[in-house]
Write a protein that binds this ligand. Structure first.
Ligand SMILES: Cc1cc2nc3c(=O)[nH]c(=O)nc-3n(C[C@H](O)[C@H](O)[C@H](O)COP(=O)(O)OP(=O)(O)OC[C@H]3O[C@@H](n4cnc5c(N)ncnc54)[C@H](O)[C@@H]3O)c2cc1C
Ligand SMILES: NC(=O)c1ccc[n+]([C@@H]2O[C@H](COP(=O)([O-])OP(=O)(O)OC[C@H]3O[C@@H](n4cnc5c(N)ncnc54)[C@H](OP(=O)(O)O)[C@@H]3O)[C@@H](O)[C@H]2O)c1
Length: 602
């Protein structure tokens, strides 16, 4: 990214992004609130409206029931499923909306040490465990949100966002001059409201729509053995699995953590199936209570009892529960229909004035717009201009550096990345967004931003880091080791936003530097530089690499772990860890790592 920053300073005139006064933020979770804070600190925007459909800030850190998630189809390969259809704040009714069901579970503790998880301006309380429990995090987020809470419209769902050309714009106006038309729904009254904004931040999270891959035989198996297969989003507590034989599929954070939680309750061993090595597991094999098996190749209906076959050819049977910890789809139901599943119906009506009350705005999410006359006569005739944003659901397209929409730079989609530290990433991206939209930073040209995305795609493809999207017609997983298809890059969607160490460190540090390079302005903090986010120094870059072993060391304290409030308390090995690594590592190796992690001075 460093090269990009240098280029960015020269190519796009700041005036293109001037004149942004009204900004809407979709979502008052950890990302949306961080964005509101950085926009406020920029002292440049007249209106900051945060729309949050829940009753509270904190996003998924508000725990919930799992009623609707338990009813998802098996397999679940539709990125549009359950996203915003007929949402109701109470969660009641016969709709299938998953919007209000959180993926967090009863005994969830953070998987990031509190010192590195925190926003730069708000440390976690010293008295909290090194890995706080979920309710401590919610309280932390509520405190963090206090200074911007008055911007948040609670229980207000954004149901439609689309760009339009203002009537008074001269012909040939650049896309940057486009405005945004938002329709929101007050979930207490069902009243719809429309408003125009100069820019929109989409911070709706990406842990709403579960992904259960179409492994051969799974649909028939599920029919024959109902209530065995579920997604990790519906998991709440290990006691529900007492004495059961359990298979967990997926070895990322959910798979590893849920398997670990089940260990004291479920039948041993817990089976864990994975298709690739985990970035999150400590090296040296799994614990004794776990049996690691290869990727599941097929669900067997006519062999064995509740049996599956692995890619190694092993058959395992007798499962009482199978938990798919296979991640989630990107979904922006208010922004763009998912093109592979787009409906033929068109929205031909909209409320003709502000605050119109409609009984059932269900169609708001169905299909592209044709002509949408607005309350003040604007013609929103741009038909589905963002239709390629999400296709298979495994990737978000056309986003520069993973967060600025390339063709609509007044649209930002922060924190799309996986395997990152979300709160600092949110604030560093927010710091850049605020400066871009106040005209203190520039972007590369549209062509250069598209080139960045293409180069990134090529780099990941060559590094065999992209996975093919499921077959669009059948939803079935593409059989292969995931890397050997012809180079039709558009089919390779999975993994595009997944960062591999030290790329996340480089992202944090480059964003910090990008924000810090903005033209200073009188009246802003830090001598006119403005609000700055997180920067990882050498020790933090080193520590990030240690996350799996650090968490394992903490977990080894058993119930006493809640008394461990700092890394130093984990013992001498951890107290001296960084110093020892420094002594035992050559200067070249250290310099190479810190250069790749974009630590200043390397
Ligand atoms: C099981 C699990 C455990 C995790 N553990 C950790 C951890 O230990 N540490 C960590 O740092 N991160 C963790 N994460 C990552 C987590 O996603 C982030 O901490 C954080 O919640 C991301 O914030 P967000 O605002 O981007 O998304 P969310 O938390 O999903 O918040 C999005 C908000 O947008 C609102 N919204 C969505 N659509 C609309 C709409 N149309 N209109 C109005 N409002 C809308 C939602 O109601 C929600 O409040 C975990 C994630 C999961 C799934
Ligand atoms: N605080 C905590 O302790 C905690 C607990 C749970 C989750 N989380 C957080 O929750 C978020 C989501 O994590 P997640 O683990 O649910 O999702 P995730 O990180 O997206 O991981 C999905 C997993 O599913 C696997 N997978 C996907 N498709 C598959 C297929 N077709 N067949 C087999 N395996 C497949 C992936 O394998 P590949 O790796 O091979 O692609 C990966 O292991 C992350 O931010 C995570 O940090 C935190």
């Amino acid at each position: 990214m460093t090269a990009v920053i240098r280029k960015a300073l020269t190519v796009m005139a700041p005036k293109d992004l001037r004149g942004i006064n009204r900004v809407a933020i979709v979502g008052g979770g950890p990302t949306g609130i961080a964005c509101a804070k950085y926009l406020l600190a920029e002292k440049s925007f007249q209106t900051i409206d945060v729309f949050e459909q829940r009753r509270n800030v904190g996003g998924i850190w508000n725990l919930s029931g799992t009623e609707k998630t338990r009813r998802i189809p098996i397999p679940q390969t539709d990125p549009k499923y359950g996203a915003g259809k007929n949402s109701s704040a109470s969660g009641r009714g016969d709709d299938d909306s998953l919007e209000f069901e959180s993926p967090l579970y009863d005994y969830l503790e953070t998987n990031i040490p509190k010192t590195m998880m925190a926003y730069s301006d708000t440390p976690f309380a010293e008295s909290l465990p090194l890995y706080p429990k979920h309710d401590d995090v919610l309280r932390y987020l509520e405190d963090y949100a206090q200074p911007v809470k008055h911007f948040v419209h609670f229980q207000t769902q954004v149901i439609d966002v689309r760009p339009f050309e203002p009537r008074d714009h001269p012909e040939g106006t650049s896309r940057l001059a486009r405005k945004w038309h938002l329709t929101t729904k007050d979930l207490r009254t069902n009243a719809l409201e429309e408003a125009h904004y100069d820019a929109v931040i989409v911070a709706n999270g990406h842990y709403t729509v579960p992904h259960v891959p179409a492994v051969p035989g799974i649909a028939e198996w599920h029919k024959k053995y109902p209530n065995v297969i579920m997604h990790s989003k519906a998991y709440r507590r290990p006691e529900d699995f007492s004495g059961q034989k359990v298979l967990v599929i997926g070895n990322s954070a959910s798979g590893l953590d849920i398997a670990g939680q089940l260990a004291p309750c479920a039948q041993k061993p817990i089976f864990l199936a994975s298709r690739s090595a985990s970035q999150l597991a400590p090296a040296g094999g799994g614990p004794a209570w776990r049996k690691d098996i290869a990727e599941i190749e097929a669900f067997l209906v006519s062999e064995g009892d509740r049996a599956v076959r692995t890619k190694d050819g092993d058959m395992v049977d007798g499962f009482d529960a199978i938990i798919f910890a296979t991640g989630y789809f990107y979904s922006f139901p208010f922004l763009s229909p998912v093109s592979t599943h787009s409906s033929s119906s068109s929205k031909t009506q909209s409320p003709s004035s502000s605050s119109v009350s409609l009984e059932s705005p269900a169609s708001a999410h169905d299909g592209p717009a044709a002509h949408l006359p607005t309350s003040d006569g604007e013609d929103l005739s741009v038909s589905n201009p963002l239709e390629n944003l999400v296709t298979s659901g495994l990737r978000t397209h056309d986003v520069y550096e993973h967060f600025i929409h390339i063709d609509y730079p007044t649209l930002a989609l922060p924190v799309l990345n996986l395997k990152v530290v979300p709160f600092p990433l949110a604030e560093n991206q927010a710091a850049v967004i605020a400066r871009l939209w106040s005209g203190r930073l520039d972007l590369p040209t549209t062509n250069d931003m598209h080139k960045w995305e293409e180069d990134e795609e090529r780099r990941l493809l060559e590094g065999r880091r992209l996975r093919p999207a499921p077959d669009t017609a059948t939803g079935e997983s593409v059989a292969s080791d995931g890397h050997d298809l012809p180079a039709a890059t558009s089919k390779y969607e999975g993994g595009f936003h997944t960062l591999v160490y030290p790329e996340d460190a480089a992202q944090i540090n480059s964003l910090y530097q990008w924000a810090a390079s903005a033209c200073p302005r009188d009246g802003l903090e830090h001598n006119g530089k403005g609000k700055l986010g997180t920067r990882w120094d050498e020790e933090q870059v080193w520590l990030r690499k240690q996350f799996p072993t650090l968490k394992a060391a903490y977990t080894n304290f058993g119930e006493k772990r809640f008394d461990v409030t700092s890394i130093a308390e984990l013992g001498k090995e951890w107290n001296d860890g960084y110093k020892k690594w420094q002594e035992n590592t050559s200067d070249e190796e250290k310099a190479d790592l810190f250069r790749r992690a974009a630590v200043p001075g390397y």
